[in-house]
Design a protein around this ligand. Sequence first.
Ligand SMILES: O=C(O)CCC(=O)C(=O)O
Ligand SMILES: [Fe+2]
Length: 281
Amino acid sequence: MQLQAIDYNSPTAQEDFVKSLRETGFGVLKNHPIKKELVSAIYQDWQEFFADDSKYDYRYNVGPQDGYFSPKVAETAKGHTKRDIKEYFHYYPWGQCPEKQKPLLEQYYGEASALAKELLAWVEKHSPADVAKHYSQSLSSMVDGSQQTLLRVLHYPPLKGDEELGAIRAGAHEDINLLTILPSANEPGLQVKSKDGTWMDVPCDFGTLIINIGDMLQEASGGYFPSTSHRVINPEGADKTKSRISLPLFLHPKPEVVLSERHTAKSYLHERLVELGVLPA
Ligand SMILES: O=C(O)CCC(=O)C(=O)O
Ligand SMILES: [Fe+2]
């Protein structure tokens, strides 16, 4: 299985994209509306943020989860024992954000959320009737007016050799939300698990966008759209000295949205954050 980039402007983009999501949990888009100059400017802005000790002034708020998570409090992937080797900042329009980094991040948040919503509408339009009948409301209306969509700026520091044995940049996990949009990072390392259990590299041509299904869409679609495991592996050799920045946007529904007979978005998110060790039970 190889992930082929799909041209956003192609006449068959919608069908090709939804087919890729269905078969692999992932889709890669090229020629999409998000400018790569915006993404690279954000990467630069945040290299500065993570390099400066004033980042500790933005320590995350435990309940709402906005702000800076240092490597000491970074999440531990479900089923793992070692924390991921990363630090990150959680941006919400209502949350804390340093003034210098705010304008571009806010702009990106708006553009990426709008694109994510459009892609969710593609998913809905190409869902078979027997899958769509389980959606408690239209997928795109699930995110209308949502305050929960999260933009995460991730920094994986260069490896120094003193990392815990067995720790990796991001342990294998599935995302919690409906859809995730991720611009190709500035360094490789992202891998996705294929159906036969092998790990494949996700292409990291700067300028492409990687989209994946999260657990909430898997739940709402009765498993038709798979939330696929992915991870970020550690660099080797000379690449160890390089840091890596990435910028996933996690599209979240409103808390009261019914995902399935078992879960609302709120109950599901709470259960998952406790499992990740970032919320007290
Ligand atoms: O850094 C990446 O490329 C992926 C990050 C990721 O999977 C996540 O934060 O959920
Ligand atoms: Fe992820």
